[in-house]
Structures are given as structure tokens and as C-alpha cells.
Design a protein around this ligand. Structure first.
Ligand SMILES: [Zn+2]
Length: 82
């Protein structure tokens, strides 16, 4: 077991990671985990897409259709994994 960060910790840090509010060291550890853990990687992609959607909404931009489709695709992929 050479995992320096487990799924729970990666999950706990995910929001800060996506907002780039972690120290470079912590961000590297999260990224390291995401590269190795398919489940967390999928989750991170989903959260990142949601974050982009919220930011786009906050800027009062119309929701791009491609982004909606990406979220739907991610949700389907998530469902397939379970
Ligand atoms: Zn994980």
C-alpha cells in the first residue's frame, strides 16, 4: 500500500482542489490519487463539470448545450459503474 491519500481524503479535498485553493503539495497528492483511482477520477470530472456550469450561470451566460450533454454523459457513465 503506497497510497498516500485514500478515497475519503481525496473526496474531502476535492472541492478545494477544483477551486485551486490547496497548497501545491496537497494538490499534487489529490492529483496523484485521481490518476490512480478511477472512481475518484470520474467523480472529480463530474464535480468539475458542475463547477463550470455554476460558474457559467453565475456569469449569467446561457448554459451551453455541449456542457449539458457532457453532464448527462457523465451521469450515465456513473450509473453504468454501479
Ligand atoms: Zn479514490
Amino acid at each position: 500500500m503506497d497510497e498516500s491519500m485514500d478515497c475519503g481524503e481525496a473526496e474531502a479535498r476535492l472541492q478545494d482542489y477544483l477551486k485551486r485553493e490547496l497548497t501545491p503539495e496537497l494538490a499534487a497528492e489529490v492529483r496523484d490519487h485521481l490518476v490512480r483511482c478511477r472512481g475518484c477520477f470520474g467523480h472529480a470530472q463530474f464535480e468539475e463539470t458542475l463547477l463550470q456550469l455554476l460558474e457559467a450561470r453565475a456569469r449569467r451566460e446561457t448554459c451551453p448545450g455541449a456542457l449539458r450533454e457532457r453532464i448527462c454523459a457523465l451521469l450515465r457513465a456513473e450509473a453504468d459503474q454501479n
